[in-house]
Design a binder for this molecule. Structure first.
Ligand SMILES: C/C(=C\CNc1ncnc2c1ncn2[C@@H]1O[C@H](COP(=O)(O)O)[C@@H](O)[C@H]1O)CO
Length: 275
């Protein structure tokens, strides 16, 4: 319905101001609540872009105030009561006792084991779930969680909000996460974190193949195999991560000291030169 407005009428619509004949006949809320129209745009890429944005907003919002964290990856299929499940639980517990928040994919198996261990040691246990073609909820040992629609948004969260990756035995999903993380380190996209494989009986063959096939064919650099550490000992997992963080802090401190000294020398030189 069109309404006429005297020329001196004024309407505030959020940050916008309308006067006289420019005043719309309805309010923004009215238009939002009353119109339905076609709905096919919900399945178009521009709308998906907004949904993707909203996943980043939710993820950043949940995780941005989490302290030092470690992402733990591993099979969704390994059952409670197995030695690998216990290994995952022990690693979650030791990381939490060392002060690290534990982030997993929030699913069953090794993810659940690591979350359970972290929670039982009083640490913060986080699950970043993923929508899958079959029904699944986050495991029961999660203090905070988000379930993502898009794998790539979820992957950004693991990298952005953790300072190390621990990789337990697993299948294609775990291998994807392992190789994504070492590719990010290899290409210098992330500089700060160690990648630790746990389970030498499981991962030993892969490590040897990386050294023998990849290195000998020259498709990786000679120091690339060192990007991955391998151990069976949960205590050593924590030691490797802690040592890497101490080394990093020391390097950052030295770089800062060097910059400050260089600045002082330049200032002294200028003073001497009278410039
Ligand atoms: C197979 C079953 C459930 C799968 N549920 C998952 N939930 C959350 N995250 C998952 C799930 N499956 C894979 N992931 C991610 O990949 C890694 C494990 O994959 P894998 O192929 O099992 O090694 C894991 O780190 C997750 O981030 C039925 O129980």
């Amino acid at each position: 319905m069109t309404q006429s407005h005297p020329d001196n009428d004024i309407r505030q619509a959020g940050p916008l101001t309308y006067r006289g004949r420019s005043i719309p006949s309805t309010t923004t809320d009215q238009r939002l609540l009353e119109s339905r129209g076609p709905s096919d745009w919900v399945h178009t890429d521009p709308w998906r872009v907004l949904r993707i944005q909203s996943e980043f907003v939710e993820g950043f919002g949940l995780l941005s105030e989490v302290g030092q964290a470690v992402s733990v990856f591993g099979s969704a299929r390994i059952q409670p009561g197995t030695s690998y499940y216990e290994l995952g639980q022990s690693i979650g517990a030791k990381l939490a006792s060392a002060g690290y928040t534990v982030i997993t994919g929030g699913g069953p198996g090794m993810m659940e084991a690591a979350n359970k261990g972290a929670q039982s040691s009083g640490g913060t246990s986080i699950g970043l779930g993923i929508e899958l073609p079959f029904e699944q909820t986050l495991n029961d040992y999660i203090d905070m969680g988000v379930t993502f629609r898009y794998f790539f948004v979820r992957k950004t969260m693991f990298v952005k909000y953790s300072q190390a990756f621990v990789v337990l035995p697993g299948g294609f999903g775990t291998l994807d996460e392992l190789f994504e993380s070492i590719t990010l380190v290899q290409t210098g996209k992330v500089t700060r974190f160690p990648v630790v494989l746990v389970g030498s009986a499981f991962w030993g063959g892969l490590r040897d193949w990386i050294r023998e096939a990849l290195l000998s064919e020259g498709v990786i650099s000679s120091d690339d195999p060192e990007l991955i550490r391998l151990t069976d000992d949960p205590e050593e997992v924590v030691d490797i991560i802690r040592k890497a963080h101490v080394d990093l802090a020391r390097r950052e401190f030295e770089t800062q000291q060097f910059a400050e000294t260089a600045e002082q020398v330049t200032a002294a030189q200028r003073a001497e030169d009278g410039t």
